[in-house]
Write a protein that binds this ligand. Sequence first.
Ligand code: DUC
Ligand code: ZN
Ligand code: ZN
Length: 456
Amino acid sequence: MSKILLKGGSIVSPRGVKRADILINGEKIVAVGRNLSAEAQTVDVGGKLIFPGFIDAHTHFDLEVSDTVTADDFDSGTKSAIAGGVTTVVDFATQNKGETLSDALNNWHIKAFGKSSCDYAFHMAISDWREDIKNELPAMFEQGVTSFKVYMIYDAMELNDRAIYELMKELKKYGGIVGCHCENSGIIGKLREEALARGETQPKHHPLTRPDFTEAEAVNRFLAIAKAADAPCIVVHLSTRLGYQEVLHARDEGVEVYAETCPQYLLLDDSVYDAPFDTASEYVCSPPLRKREDNKALWDALKTNNADTVSTDHCSFTVEQKRAGESDFTKIPNGMPGVETRAILLYTYGVKKHRISLQQMCAYLSENPARLYGMYPKKGVIKAGSDADLVIFEPRGHGKITADRCHSRCGYTPFEGVKTVGGVEQVYLRGKLVYRGGEIVLEHSGKYVTRDHFDL
Ligand code: DUC
Ligand code: ZN
Ligand code: ZN
């Protein structure tokens, strides 16, 4: 078995930053401490920050949606991930109507197996709640799927309040948790119809037909359902100040709610939709980009530890694919890439701008998602016994995000030209160097991760 000794780095955790060496044996960390010595390949990481491998618990790779399929599959998506320091993704295995959950899980295993350059796990997105689906839940837990997703919007996916309530009550029996895409389908559906009838067909009409209160109402309703079911839950991709207030209010009422947001809701706003179609459509995602005051509220949520994770909702389409909605914004496939740029953005615009600390960055990108999704302490922490998933991060130097250096197949980044500080220098996945100095040096070595119950 190969041993590697990383010497002189500063190890980041939610509890602090400390100088220590890390000894890796095979796939695992076997020791962490000062002045370690061993017969091992020694790597000098003096002056670097070392994070537990980042986890992106919200990606959509190889997803069929809007009569097309996402530009990134598990091959390109996970290459993009490791280039961004992400050593584990939790993608959404998605049940199509009429399918069983085991059909959906098998489909996602086939999509990911042998193609993934980082480790991967699956949430199960349920779009068809039936008696036989209820009976399948124990089998999901046996196969390491312990978190579920529901959508309050999208014709092909939407569950009603009763189904969400029943699912929550059922999952409570097994210690599972439900994340929800919170948008009010009825109001948004009508606003879109009215906009199109007025000839309002452009990307700028996308945010106008999904106003902030449609997220807040859905968050409020989802949390009322969680309260009725007395079940823990997650609001995914929280995008508005109003929605955040609903989360705080529900917590005051005793609801166990966790909140996820994404870099695009922290850093971008709806002014981008005024650009010509090809540029504006790149930013069409749901929920849409919001206002600066919403960005600010979400940074505040992170600063005060009132949000729990920062994921990406990586769901990428090429400009060509986006052109399906050139004369009707409702036909633009929703989503954008993000898995590769999340960490550097959070470091540059979070840590370096003093909006969050380095420790909080580690909590949001590594430890909290590992705990929330039942992977801790295998993932999300640097300690003896954990997987040797490590990000060697250079804290100095200036750069710029450009699509030509990203690995997504969609051909663009919503952060084109954005200035950055520092960067991911090397990435270890279970003890193997997979990324170094801008190059992927080992591909397709990702494995499926079975998950336990959440513990955050
Ligand atoms: N929103 C997106 O923009 N894309 C994928 C799914 C979602 O909820
Ligand atoms: Zn969603
Ligand atoms: Zn999503």
